[in-house]
Design a protein around this ligand. Structure first.
Ligand SMILES: C[S@@+](CC[C@H](N)C(=O)[O-])C[C@H]1O[C@@H](n2cnc3c(N)ncnc32)[C@H](O)[C@@H]1O
Length: 462
């Protein structure tokens, strides 16, 4: 995978980042930028049942044992991230009021108290109704660098109309708006104490440019003169980069307000937020790591901005979603990126959370996720007419020895949903289940029993 400490391809890793970070270290990988957006110690179980397909996307942020358990859990991971970071690298830790104060102390102990560059306030929404307290509308992003020599590209915000009106008060003959700044300096830059158009610089000061350069600038129309004839340098509004970005980011709304980007992943972050971070703290071809990558916002932004990337997430559903997101951006799996760590054995599949297992099966079967809250109880997935002309339903059971009663219940569910075919996917089936399938076939209903093992081995022909 690595050549001269370089990644040949971008990498999507499904698994606990505690181990994945170790594996990256063993491979000698070093990264330029880390963005992490872990569970926030919010004591919630985030679950979103999304869109037409009603796929459950979920993760837990519950910590038995309280804040100390959470901080230790994240500390051991951040230590590994610190190890992977190049000396010129930066790390952005996305958190919120639940634990930001504990996290800062923990982070200072790893990076050094002088290596926090900013606590960025990101206002993710305009208002929030939190009874009997002020509305909680911001997240915090702790920005640390590994040393004082770090990659930094100054970011700017465009001027707004009001600012331009106030700050660029003058209008040149060609209609361009400008402001002026003094042309004198406190230190001589060579022979810079001379008379310019009848004026010497103010007492104790020098002109900022040589006579030759002043002449050139004057010919180019870059010098304005006050009523008293004092020369000043012209800065045009349309040439200015904008306002230097500060540590309060109030111009990027959360994803819930930006329908277009929304993938239905709980806690998805906006691309504009990641773009800002990636542009400020990395250059083209640099390697970016997101060890809690969720639905892959950092990966999508890295791809768009020409950076290389590694994403890690423990949820196979999240990894599958990222693959789809990257595909839409034209990133081809196995050419541009590899995915590793997805469940490949029966015991790994048995250990998945039930919703993860169900999503895995429906995705492997290349079917659609059922609309949960409609009347088709017992149908977890289905094929539409692009695959089968007959309406076809799927039921998923994360169990062994699925028996006659399951087939019976599925028969009822299929009839209720007016399906004509069906698949039951499980680890194994009893003889009774097979007999029941033969019985319903006699009644014109086609049910197929699919073993997870066959699905894993690619033996299932749809
Ligand atoms: C807040 S979400 C990240 C959202 C992401 N920034 C985005 O824009 O989509 C946190 C993610 O961390 C993942 N996660 C939690 N514990 C993990 C672990 N130990 N290793 C890897 N990923 C983990 C969860 O599955 C979840 O997808």
């Amino acid at each position: 995978m690595t050549k001269n400490n370089q990644l040949n391809k971008n990498l999507l890793i499904c698994g606990d980042n505690l181990k994945a970070l170790d594996d990256l270290k063993k491979k000698g990988i070093k990264v330029d930028l880390i963005y992490l957006d872990p569970p926030f110690f919010s004591n919630r179980h985030y679950e979103v049942v999304w869109g037409d397909e009603a796929e459950v996307r979920s993760f837990k942020d519950r910590w038995a044992g309280g804040i100390n358990v959470y901080i230790e859990w994240i500390r051991e991971r951040v230590i590994k991230m610190y190890d992977l970071l190049k000396d010129t690298g930066s790390l952005y830790f996305h958190c919120d009021w639940h634990a930001s104060h504990y996290l800062k102390v923990m982070m200072d102990s790893i990076f050094g108290i002088n290596n926090i560059m900013n606590e960025i306030i990101w206002q993710r929404t305009k208002s929030h109704n939190d009874p009997k307290q002020y509305g909680r509308i911001h997240d915090s992003i702790l920005f640390y660098t590994k040393s004082k020599t770090y990659t930094w590209n100054q970011q700017y915000l465009p001027y707004d109309e009001e600012y331009i009106k106030k700050a660029f008060r003058y209008v040149a003959e060609n209609g361009r708006k400008y402001q002026t700044q003094p042309l004198h300096a406190s230190k001589p830059g060579g022979d810079t104490h001379y008379k310019w158009k009848g004026q010497y610089p103010p007492i104790g000061r020098y002109w900022a440019f040589s006579k030759e350069n002043m002449k050139k600038m004057d010919e180019e129309g870059r010098i304005a003169y006050s009523k008293k004839g004092t020369p000043r340098y012209k800065i045009y509004a349309d040439e200015s980069k904008g306002r230097i970005l500060q540590d309060m980011w109030i111009d990027i709304p959360g994803v819930h307000l930006m329908g277009k980007e929304r993938l239905g992943f709980p806690t998805q972050k906006p691309e504009a937020l990641l773009e800002r971070i990636v542009k400020a703290s990395s250059n083209k071809e640099n390697l970016i790591l997101d060890p809690f990558c969720g639905c892959g916002t950092a990966m999508a932004v890295a791809k768009k901005l020409g950076r290389r990337w590694i994403g890690i997430d423990i949820s196979p559903t999240a990894i599958f979603l990222i693959e789809q997101r990257l595909k839409k951006l034209g990133a081809r799996k196995s050419k541009e990126f590899d995915t590793i760590g997805m469940p490949t054995t029966l015991s790994e599949l048995k250990a998945l959370e039930p919703f993860e297992f169900q999503n895995w099966v429906i995705n492997e079967m290349k079917a659609k996720h059922s609309k949960k809250f409609v009347s088709d109880m017992g149908i977890d997935g289905y094929y539409d007419k692009t695959i089968f002309t007959d309406p076809t339903g799927i039921q998923v059971k994360q169990s062994e020895k699925v028996g006659r009663n399951v087939v019976d219940n599925f028969e009822t569910a299929l009839k209720r949903g007016e399906y004509e075919k069906g698949f039951i996917v499980a680890f194994s089936f009893t003889r009774g289940a097979h007999e029941e399938v033969a019985r319903v076939k006699g009644k014109g209903l086609d049910i197929k029993l699919v073993r997870v093992e066959d699905l894993l081995l690619g033996k299932v022909k749809i």
